[in-house]
Every structure is written in structure tokens, then in C-alpha cells.
Design a protein around this ligand. Structure first.
Ligand code: ASP
Length: 474
């Protein structure tokens, strides 16, 4: 088996976490988050029109409910500035995913080892996703947030947001049948899949197809052995260079996060949040239960880790997920905290985290279930038990196939809505507050990947060496 020589060396010096003196980067990101939120909310309050309090706020000239000058500034200045660092990261996410996954497979080496790690990853993913979706669905059925909106408000909201929803609905309608979706995991043209992987324009299955290619590539490289040693060094170089570019981009993160949060709060204000408070409460309650009850239990029982220490070790990745709403953009930070703070074996953390960034999205699955049942309630569609089971299954699969990008779950939600006879257009009702919930569900997605990696590492170690834990375990 070939191993890259410097696999366990510290990350490159461009990593801002290592050379920065003064305030650590994660505190700067927290400051950016708070500053952006405070400024955005203040601007929204100062610029909102005094004569349009309440739901009428949503009906200004261009129909977005915000003062036009503030809206212009948020859309054309703050949002693009915030996207600079995000784009710099996304720019190298594909080479990073490809090299990390291929190297992980090379390092895992033989098929039995890989099969075990892959098997546990899949089993834990299904288990955690199922728990998440059932929590969400139980909460919506108990609290019934959809029945707490007046008819008038439902209509006003649907009218306000239906324009923005049209494109999403079109995209979802182009969705393929299940057999093609599965077949498309094997790419005919991997380069074409890479081109469209992040924006959903690929012909096949996008990121999943890229991952399949990386897995096959890694397996074949391991099988070829010494003759492919140069290739392994190239992959290692590609990984390090991608991480170095991300290290530079991360220095812009505090400013970028401040701009993104400013743009969101300046446009959103508080009105829509109060109108949809019950829905928001149920979604956040479900995400909170999974994060603060299910994961700690899972970590203690399966991973034999102290959950408090785990949360403090992964806090950088949680913050990054909150600020970017993207599991893919958070992947580099997740890889770093897994190796440095959780002290997981790189081969396992790289494998589980790269696969998990797309394939293990508990927050997304939970959210998809909550939204679909909420909208069914709003539209007065009574779902049978069988239909609810379909929602659960589709949400679990949705969580495993959704792209780890902002708003990645929206097309899947439209597909599930249509499958159970609720109009796809109704997604419009929640689009206005989707971003804030996206931030929260992405935190869950990323934390879930890290918890999964910690548990898979422990089980693998237990089987191979017959010991109870891996480094960093408490
Ligand atoms: N933004 C989520 C993520 O990247 C995906 C989604 O639920 O929209 O993890």
C-alpha cells in the first residue's frame, strides 16, 4: 500500500489559524456575525416605511418589502462583497474533494478496510437521518404550525414570494426518474460532472458522480501500488495547495460573513419572522433536539467521547457553517478540526467528511420533512400515514442527495411537495426566511459529519486494534 509521506504533518503555513497572533480567527468570525446582524437589523428598522407596519410591508413597489435604497445596497454591495470569500473557497472545493477522497481511499488501502469504513458511514448516516426526520415530523404533527396562520396571511405570503419560486419549481420539474438518478451516480464524463457539480447544471448526478469517480480513482491507485507513487504525491500536492488557497480565503471570512449577514437581516427585518414564528420555532426546535440531545447521546454511546469537549473542538466548523450556509464551503474547516482538534486518523476523517458534506445532511432531511408537512397543513392537505411514511423516506434520501450549497434543499422540497399533492408553488411561503434556517440546518449538517467521523474512527480502531478509542477521546 502506498502512503503519502507527509500525511500527518501540520497544515501549510498559509493556514491563518496557525500564524495569526492577536484575536483568533473564530472570534473574528463571531464578531463579523454579530456586527453584520446588528447593522443589518438597525438599517432595516431605520429605513422601513412607518406607514406599512405588519404584513402590508411585503407589498412595496418591487414586491420585496424593503426600502428600495437599502435593498439596492444589500443586493449590489453587501451580498457580492460577502460572496468573495465564499467563491474563493468554492473555487477549490472540487480539487479538494477529489484529492481528499482519492487519498483517503488510497490510505485505507484494501477493499475490506474501505468496505468497513464505508459500511459504518452508511449505516450511521441512515440511522441519524432517520432519527432527524422523525423528530421533525413528530414536532410538526404535534404543534401544527400550518394551522396557526390565518387564510389572509397565507394568501399574502404566497402572492409575495411566488415570483421567486418559479425558477426553483422549473428546476425541480426537470428532475429525472429514480432509475436514471441512480445510474447517473456513475459518470459517463467525470469532467462534465465536475463542471456542473456546484450549480446543479451537470448532466448526471453532479457531486455524487464526482465522488464516485474519486472513489474509483483511489481504489485503482491503491491497486496499482508503487507504480502510482508519483500520482499519489501529485494528489497530496493538490490537496495541500487547495488547503493553502482556502487558508488565504479564510482571512476574509470575518468581513465576508459580516456582509452576508448584513444583506440578509437588512432585507428580512423581523416581520416575516414573527409571521412565521410557529414554523420557525418547530424547525429550530427540531434542529436543536438533534444537535443537543441526539448527537451528544450518539457521541457518548457510539463514539465514547465527551460531547462538551467535542462541541468545543468543532466550534470553528460550526461557526463557518452558520456564516456560509454551505457544507461544501465548510469542508476545509471541518477537515482541519477533525485532524487537529478531534485527532481523527486523516484517512477516515477525509473519507467520512468529504462523503458526508453531500451524503450526510441530517439538518436538511429534518428541514425537508418539516417544510413539507407545514405546507400541507397550510394548504389543508390531510396526509395519510402512508403518505407521511413517503415523506420520511424521501426526506431521508433528500438529506443524502442534496448539494451542500446554500438553498440546496429547495428543489428536493418541491419534488416531495408534488409527490404528495401539495402545489410546488407553495414553497414560496417559506422562501423569505429560508436563508436563516439554512444557516442553522447547515450547522447541524456539518456537526453531524464530524460526529459521524468521530464514531466511525472509533469503531474502525476497535475492530482493527481491539481498543476502545482514538486520539483525543475523553
Ligand atoms: N445549505 C445546506 C448545506 O450546505 C443544504 C441545504 O439544506 O440547503 O449543508
Amino acid at each position: 500500500m502506498i502512503t503519502a509521506s507527509n500525511r500527518n504533518e501540520p497544515p501549510p503555513s498559509s493556514d491563518p489559524h496557525h500564524e495569526r497572533r492577536g484575536i483568533p480567527l473564530h472570534w473574528k468570525i463571531v464578531m463579523g456575525l454579530v456586527l453584520g446582524a446588528v447593522l443589518g437589523t438597525a438599517c432595516h428598522m431605520v429605513f422601513s416605511r412607518p406607514d406599512t407596519a405588519g404584513l402590508e410591508d411585503f407589498r412595496d413597489e418591487d414586491g420585496n418589502g424593503v426600502d428600495d435604497r437599502l435593498d439596492w445596497f444589500a443586493t449590489n454591495v453587501a451580498d457580492p462583497l460577502g460572496r468573495v470569500f465564499l467563491r474563493l473557497i468554492l473555487m477549490v472545493v472540487l480539487p479538494l474533494i477529489f484529492s481528499a477522497l482519492a487519498l483517503a481511499v488510497v490510505e485505507l488501502g484494501d477493499l475490506r478496510h474501505l468496505g468497513r469504513v464505508g459500511g459504518w458511514t452508511l449505516a450511521f448516516t441512515v440511522l441519524l437521518s432517520l432519527i432527524a426526520v422523525v423528530i421533525g415530523i413528530t414536532l410538526v404533527n404535534t404543534v401544527r404550525p400550518g394551522h396557526r396562520l390565518s387564510q389572509e396571511k397565507r394568501e399574502a405570503l404566497a402572492e409575495q414570494y411566488s415570483k421567486g419560486a418559479l425558477e426553483t419549481i422549473e428546476q425541480a420539474r426537470r428532475a429525472k426518474p429514480l432509475k436514471d438518478t441512480l445510474l447517473d451516480i456513475i459518470p459517463e464524463n467525470p469532467l462534465q460532472e465536475m463542471v456542473g457539480a456546484l450549480d446543479g447544471t451537470s448532466k448526471g448526478n453532479g457531486m455524487l458522480a464526482v465522488m464516485f469517480f474519486a472513489l474509483a480513482f483511489g481504489l485503482a491507485t491503491a491497486a496499482v501500488g508503487e507504480k502510482a507513487a508519483t500520482l499519489v504525491a501529485v494528489l497530496q500536492g493538490l490537496f495541500e495547495v487547495s488547503m493553502a488557497i482556502i487558508g488565504f480565503a479564510m482571512r476574509l471570512a470575518p468581513f465576508g460573513v459580516a456582509c452576508l449577514i448584513f444583506a440578509m437581516t437588512a432585507r428580512l427585518g423581523g416581520e416575516l419572522l414573527t409571521t412565521l414564528a410557529w414554523f420557525l420555532g418547530v424547525a429550530l426546535g427540531g434542529l436543536g433536539l438533534q444537535l443537543f440531545v441526539v448527537y451528544p447521546l450518539f457521541l457518548m454511546v457510539v463514539g465514547r467521547r465527551n460531547p462538551l469537549r467535542f462541541f468545543s473542538d468543532v466550534s470553528d466548523a460550526m461557526l463557518m457553517a452558520f456564516g456560509t450556509s454551505s457544507s461544501n464551503a465548510t469542508l476545509p474547516t471541518a477537515l482541519r478540526v477533525a485532524e487537529e482538534n478531534l485527532r481523527l486518523p486523516p484517512a477516515i476523517s477525509r473519507f467520512v467528511l468529504t462523503v458526508g458534506a453531500t451524503g450526510n445532511q441530517n439538518g436538511t432531511g429534518l428541514y425537508e420533512g418539516v417544510v413539507v408537512l407545514f405546507l400541507a397543513q397550510v394548504f389543508g392537505v390531510e396526509l395519510t400515514v402512508a403518505q407521511q411514511v413517503i415523506v420520511v423516506l424521501m426526506a431521508v434520501l433528500g438529506g443524502m442527495g442534496t448539494a451542500g450549497v446554500p438553498g440546496g434543499s429547495i428543489p428536493m422540497i418541491v419534488i416531495i411537495l408534488q409527490a404528495i399533492g401539495v402545489p410546488g408553488e407553495s414553497i414560496a411561503i417559506i422562501l423569505g426566511i429560508d436563508r436563516i434556517l439554512d444557516m442553522c440546518r447547515t450547522v447541524l449538517n456539518v456537526t453531524g459529519d464530524l460526529a459521524l467521523a468521530a464514531c466511525v474512527a472509533r469503531w474502525e480502531k476497535k475492530v482493527v486494534y481491539g481498543v476502545a478509542g482514538v486520539g483525543g477521546e475523553s
